[in-house]
Design a protein around this ligand. Structure first.
Ligand SMILES: Cc1cc2nc3c(=O)[nH]c(=O)nc-3n(C[C@H](O)[C@H](O)[C@H](O)COP(=O)(O)OP(=O)(O)OC[C@H]3O[C@@H](n4cnc5c(N)ncnc54)[C@H](O)[C@@H]3O)c2cc1C
Length: 383
């Protein structure tokens, strides 16, 4: 379904797919099993300019539009959700700096992030603060020209290897965002292993023990860390995760079609059994619907349309839940083979579970989307 794309976007998608098919997909299962992404793979993405694709050209990025970024996330998601997650968190950090950073923060960080010389990670969640990001307890104390960071962040994607953490803690002014470099004394990370999905994404605990950070690293005004900085980052994260789920849908569908066309039971290929066909029809429909919702969100983002936020939430919610259905059905179609690590559908199932939890759980989107519905209906819904 490329007809709705510009010629340039369609060409980019072709190139993203060729890159992912050649360099990412063949290794996805091995990285999943090893629970690591080798540094060479991250370097390759950086050398291709893919990590800086949405960063403005004046800072050395590709300056791509939202649709093109979405297409990249979709192709990476089809090949490997862990690497798509790298794109997501890295671009979230760059986006937050571009949106809320000072001139000098942009000059310092954006070119390095665009070139992939520094990998960004978003450190918001804590053992006691998940969906309610404003309840973070990591302590930020001002001492002269520095801020001192004390706390524990958990579930930080690529936390084990990232170079630059966008941390949200609590200062006297309220939730506050600041940038902390990995080599800051007092910062320590610890890999979290055996996750159900995105197992190569080196999710980690990040501990801050008296980390001293220059005041120049505070992003936006203290107190605006969640409402503005995380808000902007999450909106972009939802968008690329939504597209990543389109990738999971595509991969589930392709694996299911291929398997059903070769596996025989009861004297015929299983693709001839109508109940198997129904599973594939539902996957096919969901993949198209999710792609169209993500495309619409991308176009509205490119137009800076006020409806872009709601469209992004709708697309992420639909694509994530549809990816969950598709990956589960893909395992079903593969039978026992689907339960083994010999086929990629087992990985897709685990990855899809994560998609309904991150960047706003399915329930949080359900709560928020109803609110958009009431707003769109206007005063009538106040009765
Ligand atoms: C693989 C992985 C990678 C992650 N990467 C990062 C990262 O890079 N950076 C980072 O900061 N965090 C990261 N996270 C954490 C993620 O952001 C949180 O898991 C998410 O915000 C949900 O929080 P929680 O897990 O604490 O669940 P909770 O907030 O405790 O929610 C538990 C359940 O209650 C439901 N619930 C909560 N509140 C409501 C409500 N108001 N209405 C209805 N239902 C509700 C939720 O939907 C969920 O089903 C990651 C998580 C995972 C699993």
């Amino acid at each position: 379904m490329t007809g709705a794309l510009t010629a340039q976007q369609a060409q980019s998608r072709k190139e993203f797919r060729a890159f992912a098919d050649r360099h990412i997909a063949p290794h996805a299962d091995a990285h999943h099993r090893a629970q690591r992404t080798p540094p060479e793979t991250i370097r390759l993405l950086a050398e291709e300019g893919l990590l800086g694709l949405p960063v403005a050209e004046e800072y050395g990025g590709g300056g791509c539009d939202a649709v093109t970024l979405g297409l990249l996330a979709g192709e990476l998601g089809r090949a490997c959700s862990s690497l798509r997650s790298l794109l997501t968190v890295h671009t979230m950090v760059a986006h937050a700096i571009a949106r809320w950073g000072s001139h000098s923060q942009k000059e310092t960080w954006l070119p390095r992030l665009a070139r992939g010389e520094r990998i960004g990670a978003l450190a918001v969640s804590e053992p006691g603060a998940g969906s309610d990001a404003a309840s973070v307890t990591t302590r930020l104390t001002r001492e002269g020209d520095d801020w001192v960071v004390d706390g524990h962040k958990k579930w930080i994607t690529y936390g084990e290897s990232a170079d630059l953490f966008l941390v949200v803690g609590r200062s006297a002014e309220g939730p506050t965002a600041l940038l902390v470099e990995r080599d800051t004394p007092g910062l320590r990370t610890e890999l979290i292993e055996d996750m159900i999905g995105i197992r190569a994404s080196m999710t980690a605990h990040v501990y801050f023990d008296g980390c001293r950070v220059p005041a120049a690293n505070v992003l936006a005004r203290p107190g605006l860390g969640v409402s503005h900085v995380v808000g902007a980052a999450l909106d972009l994260g939802r968008y690329t995760v939504g597209w990543g789920c389109v990738g999971i849908l595509d991969a589930s569908l392709e694996a299911s079609v291929d398997y059903a066309a070769t596996r025989e039971q009861f004297g015929s290929l299983i693709k001839e059994h109508q109940l198997v066909r129904r599973l594939i029809s539902n996957m096919y429909t969901d993949a198209h619907a999710a792609r169209l919702l993500c495309l619409e969100a991308g176009r509205l983002r490119d137009e800076r349309h006020p409806g872009a936020l709601a469209a992004t939430s709708t697309a992420k919610y639909f694509a994530a839940t549809a990816a969950g259905r598709a990956a589960a059905d893909a395992v079903q179609i593969h039978g026992a083979n689907g339960c083994s690590s010999d086929y990629p559908v087992q990985r897709l199932l685990g990855d899809s579970r994560v998609m309904e939890i991150i960047e706003g759980s399915a329930q949080l989107h359900q709560v928020g989307l109803a609110e958009y519905a009431f707003q769109e209906r206007g005063p009538r819904s106040d009765r």
